[in-house]
Design a binder for this molecule. Structure first.
Ligand SMILES: [Zn+2]
Length: 259
């Protein structure tokens, strides 16, 4: 089965997985602009995308967690995850499905930060982690996991020098999963998780731990459509999944150039 992570214009693609952050921002953005962004998103996808798409939600897709900048109260019907779930006609924040002899799990890893109104933390809630364990226990198929925020990644280390403190290295709780150890333990125990895809950091890496391959696949927008020495060029991942549980994973440039 040939799939593309985040983008696909090549022939023979059977499915697109997106890694989240589908619109520029609704996390800290007023409603009128959020409305325009979703309208543009649907217009572009409807016009250009002819293969099945499975979306993952990122921090930028959540509506108004930063109440002050979004000018919301938090009790609106489309607040938070409600808006992107409705826009994308998704049944739930996290889900799984089988296709082409593989099992796919789409996680939802962005939670509100109780200490920072406009911040967020990356972890699986108790409910989602229990669901993940039960879901993996129910399949023997080789499995691909999609998580917007990387679970295991070296991109936090190579991103810049801001994480280097005296005597320690620190990552913000929104950059890499706070529960990487326990979640990796679930994957390791399951034994059939082959590939874990993520976005969020706008960087490219590939880490293998206990037979589980974790890949950050860059970003279709590169460095938010601007030149950058520290982030990736516009990229996506082209992935072939084989029946024996092996896969081929390649990073491809989208070809977009800054005008
Ligand atoms: Zn993100």
């Amino acid at each position: 089965m040939k799939i593309a992570f985040e983008n696909a214009f090549a022939d023979g693609i059977e499915m697109i997985l997106t890694g989240g952050d589908l619109i520029m921002d609704s996390f800290a953005t007023k409603r009128a602009q959020v409305d325009r962004e979703w309208a543009l998103f649907h217009k572009i996808f409807d016009a250009h995308c002819k293969v099945p798409v499975e979306h993952c939600l990122g921090n930028h897709d959540i509506f108004g967690f930063c109440l002050s900048k979004a000018e919301l109260k938090g009790n609106e019907a489309d607040f938070g995850y409600s808006r992107p779930l409705a826009e994308l006609k998704l049944p739930s924040r996290w889900r799984s499905f089988d296709r082409g002899g593989w099992h796919f799990i789409v996680l939802s890893s962005v939670e509100r930060d109780p200490n920072d109104e406009c911040g967020y933390l990356a972890y699986l809630t108790k409910e989602q982690r229990a669901w993940l364990e039960a879901d993996l226990a129910a399949t023997k198929l080789p499995t691909v996991v999609v998580s917007h925020v990387p679970i295991v990644s070296v991109t936090g280390t190579v991103r810049d020098a801001s994480n280097i403190k005296i005597g320690k290295t620190e990552f913000g709780g929104g950059l890499i999963h706070l529960d990487a150890g326990p979640v990796h333990g679930i994957f390791r125990t399951a034994g059939n998780v082959k590939l874990v895809l993520s976005g969020h950091t706008h960087l490219i890496d590939r880490c293998v731990a206990d037979g589980v391959t974790y890949c950050c696949s860059g970003a279709v927008c590169g460095s938010w459509w601007k030149p950058s020495k520290t982030h990736c060029e516009p990229t996506y991942a082209l992935i072939d999944l084989f029946n024996d549980g092996s896969f081929d994973y390649r990073i491809k440039p989208t070809g977009w150039k800054n005008a």
